[in-house]
Design a protein around this ligand. Structure first.
Ligand SMILES: Nc1ncnc2c1ncn2[C@@H]1O[C@H](COP(=O)(O)OP(=O)(O)OP(=O)(O)O)[C@@H](O)[C@H]1O
Ligand SMILES: [Mg+2]
Length: 302
């Protein structure tokens, strides 16, 4: 018997907020085998997104062990995690999280900017990924020129362009109509069946779960009485120092990249990108993406 690709053993995760402890996951154990397409279901607030974030190494468990692809994620430093995540994880978000000022091609290319691939190799891989999701004819479109379903297909292409071992999707059809949702689900199903990708998909929709090969229900991440009900996840953003660098992104528009969480570093430190006079803002985005910060980043235009 081979080892499961993902081993979550007795994992708890708590957040502290205004003096209260919010227990998002309480002693959860779960194995995921290579080649599984797992639908992770459960009521709102049961810790599904928290669990995905732990698998991606975006957050760290408070207790217990998260082992993904034979790596105990607790042993990796933040920068090691960023490299590891970029190489092994593809993340798809409910709200697509494409960079509005970049084309579909440039959005998909982001994770590759942090690899050693040449420009020609990057181009080839981006094309292949966009072809896989049926969007080769939309490469030069910006997100606002695409439908929601097409945006999500670009986001899938971005998630698979590095050929990751594990694809994590957090309610990937949550913002789509039924038809677009079905297209996304059938792409995920193809990735699983034909390209043998292991997928963990959070969904509320039993029909969406029907595309998966396995289902796992998460009932309240915590035991009764312990979990504080604080309503929806927190968005107390702290403006980070990406703002000043992001100012260059587009002349005339002031963009602030706002990040939820503790990002104390100026972007050039946190992304490892040393800006030059001709700094290409795509590197900044690529760095944020790899850091898992991008998933929480939003753009504000003023
Ligand atoms: N950064 C955070 N700080 C404090 N509490 C948090 C944070 N992130 C999540 N939580 C809390 O942890 C619990 C689980 O949240 P999580 O987002 O994982 O739930 P979910 O199952 O994904 O819910 P939904 O279906 O609504 O997306 C909730 O009570 C939530 O408020
Ligand atoms: Mg969620």
């Amino acid at each position: 018997m081979s080892n499961p690709m993902v081993q979550i053993h007795d994992v708890s995760k708590s957040f502290s907020r205004e003096g209260f402890e919010v227990i998002a996951l309480d002693h959860v154990s779960l194995d995921i085998e290579q080649g599984d397409f797992l639908a992770l279901m459960g009521p709102s607030g049961s810790g599904k997104s928290t669990l995905l974030n732990l698998l991606a190494g975006i957050d760290r468990a408070t207790a217990g062990k998260v082992d993904v692809l034979g790596t105990d994620l607790a042993r990796l430093s933040e920068s090691q995690l960023a490299v590891w995540r970029n190489a092994h994880i593809g993340y798809i978000f409910q709200t697509f999280n494409l960079i509005p000022v970049l084309t579909a091609f440039e959005n998909v290319e982001l994770p590759l900017l942090l690899t050693k691939l040449s420009k020609a190799e990057r181009r080839k891989n981006v094309r292949t990924a966009l072809e896989l999701v049926g969007l080769e004819d939309r490469m030069n479109h910006q997100p606002r020129q695409l439908s929601g379903g097409q945006e999500q297909r670009v986001a899938i292409a971005r998630a698979i362009v590095t050929d990751p071992n594990l694809i994590l999707a957090d309610e990937p059809t949550g913002n789509l109509d039924a038809k677009a949702g079905e297209e996304i689900l059938s792409i995920l199903s193809t990735l699983n069946r034909e390209l043998k990708k292991t997928i963990v998909m959070v969904t509320h929709d039993p029909q969406a779960a029907g595309y998966a090969t396995h289902e796992q229900h998460l009932e309240k991440g915590a035991t009764d009485g312990q979990r504080m009900n604080v309503g929806s996840p927190i968005h107390d953003s702290k403006e980070i120092d990406h703002a000043s660098k992001a100012q260059d992104i587009r002349r005339g528009a002031w963009h602030a990249v706002v990040c939820r969480g503790a990002c104390d570093h100026p972007c050039r430190e946190s992304t490892g990108v040393v800006p030059t006079a001709k700094a290409d803002h795509r590197w900044l985005y690529a760095g944020l993406y790899a850091r898992g910060m991008y998933c929480r980043a939003q753009e504000e235009r003023r």
